[in-house]
Design a protein around this ligand. Structure first.
Ligand code: ZN
Length: 499
């Protein structure tokens, strides 16, 4: 029998040494507790399970055929008519088909063509092999030239009616550095898995895949994903994926308005638990460590400003993309060049993209008609992050560059920040007007609310978690918070042309 050694039985010198050691250890523990981001709070799985009741459920099963550049997919949707109207048929958005031709591809506009199609145009799309509704083959057709509006004949569905849709299709992934595409770095499957369209004012939304902005609108749903990848490939997705005993990656996410993923042979996975959230960075460079540190700081600050983060994971994945970054539920895709960029470029981009988890994933809005509602809000949040972390002067310097300068720019007076994405002909104008001048609205509202715009936004985005918010919802949230009519100020900034 081995006796436990008691500190009091040791000689005095050894006792003192142990006491110093214990004190040091306590100090370290205290320091860790102080520095550890305990302020990163998130909606729990139970809370999301409650919100997810009655949402549509998607089950997506994919197999990668690397040599053909394709993914074979079986996709089932449990659909519930949650509208107040009888629905005559179902509409799904098959945005991947926009990549079939140069005429319809959002990556084929002059401004991005060379950086997206590096070796010339490459076609991609979604090839349907079968559609079944309630177990029977369903008549279906595309309603637009770009084949992004898929109409499925289901027969009339009364409010509350439900049914199961099954589709088999092949996603042919173009050689293209864009939301949907593949490069030497990674496979990027963004806005490529079909989503159910949104029923509004007695009709299905059928907006085109506009090349400017993120022209999407979708309701939150529950997703499960299974993907079979060759050995050595690591995926990142909106769902939190784990490899099962058969080597298949699978996972799920509740309350997500889209399902995006990327995978690569070159990813190194770094992860860290920050409070309630597991942060994962998948990158091909050493700078992944820096992105992990920054994401933690940003998450901590934004949780302080806007309340609970929507999910229990946040994944940052490196891709090849002409615009810096792209947000999806619980997933942020970041262009490779940002990982090695000088100065604060990566930090600002991550702050903007992570802010979208509040102003897109949690408080959804109409990305086609009201792009300012999440873009200008995320830009404001990124600048507020800088202010909270580095002081008012740092925020002011950036505000001058990102907000004040666009307010003085000439030649953009034909646009207003409240315009839909389809009004803009190029990214330069879109960026200045929607991000820059749109963000000026938030500074004006902050003055109107005597410095409490962040608090107002916190109340706004948690009012209906994972819902779709209209412009009117935003206006009412500001008026309710202030007790004053905010409409003239909002109209002035969003709808008035610069003189
Ligand atoms: Zn954005």
């Amino acid at each position: 029998m081995k006796q436990k050694r008691c500190i009091m039985t040791l000689p005095v010198g050894k006792r003192a040494l142990i006491c110093v050691f214990v004190l040091l250890l306590s100090g370290l523990l205290l320091g860790w507790l102080v520095l550890c981001p305990k302020d990163v709070q998130a909606y729990t799985r139970e809370e999301r399970a409650k919100f997810s009741q009655g949402m549509n459920t998607h089950r997506v099963s994919m197999v990668l055929h690397e040599e053909d550049g394709t993914l074979a997919v079986i996709h089932e949707v449990d659909f519930v008519n949650r509208t107040q109207d009888p629905l005559p048929h179902l509409v799904l958005r098959t945005y991947a088909n926009a990549f079939l031709s140069e005429e319809t591809s959002p990556a084929a506009i002059d401004e991005v063509y060379d950086s997206a199609y590096r070796a010339g145009f490459s076609t991609g799309g979604l090839h349907l092999q079968g559609v079944w509704w309630q177990g029977e083959a369903a008549f279906h057709r595309y309603e637009d030239e770009a084949q992004t509006v898929l109409r499925i004949e289901t027969g009339d569905m009364q409010p509350g009616d439900s049914g199961t849709l099954k589709m088999m299709y092949v996603l042919s992934v173009p050689e293209c550095a864009y939301r949907f595409g593949r490069t030497d770095t990674a496979w990027q499957i963004g806005n490529a898995i079909p989503v159910v369209s949104v029923w509004q004012e007695g009709a299905w939304r059928k907006d085109p895949y506009d090349p400017i902005g993120d022209p999407f609108i979708s309701e939150s749903a529950n997703w499960s994903l299974r993907i079979q990848l060759p050995e050595g490939m690591t995926p990142a997705a909106s769902a939190s994926l784990e490899k099962d005993g058969d080597g298949i990656w699978q996972g799920e996410v509740l309350c997500a308005r889209d399902m995006a993923l990327t995978f690569s042979r070159h990813y190194t996975l770094l992860e860290k638990q920050a409070g309630d959230v597991l942060i994962r960075v998948l990158s091909t460079s050493e700078q992944g460590r820096q992105a992990l540190k920054l994401s933690e700081k940003i998450l901590e600050t934004l949780c302080g400003l806007y309340g609970k983060y929507p999910y229990d994971t946040l994944t940052v994945a490196e891709i090849d993309f002409p615009f810096g970054g792209m947000e999806y539920p619980a997933l942020v895709m970041v262009d490779r060049s940002y990982f090695t960029a000088e100065g604060d470029t990566l930090e600002l981009l991550l702050a903007h993209e992570i802010a979208h988890q509040w102003f897109y994933a949690l408080a959804g809005s109409d990305g086609f008609n009201h792009p300012w509602q999440d873009e200008a809000a995320s830009q404001w949040a990124a600048l507020r992050y800088v202010g909270a972390r580095y002081g008012k002067d740092s925020e002011e310097n950036l505000k001058y560059y990102y907000v004040d300068a666009p307010m003085q720019e000439n030649g953009l007076d034909i646009f207003t920040p409240g315009s839909p994405v389809s009004y803009f002909g190029d990214y330069m104008a879109y960026d200045s007007v929607v991000y820059g001048r749109g963000c000026a609205l938030f500074y004006a509202l902050d003055a109107f609310l005597m410095g409490s715009m962040d608090e107002c936004l916190k109340a706004y985005c948690h009012a209906e978690p994972f819902g779709l918010y209209t412009r009117k919802d935003f206006e009412e949230a500001v008026s309710d918070f202030s007790g004053k009519d905010s409409l003239p100020l909002i109209t002035d900034y969003l709808d008035t042309r610069m003189q």
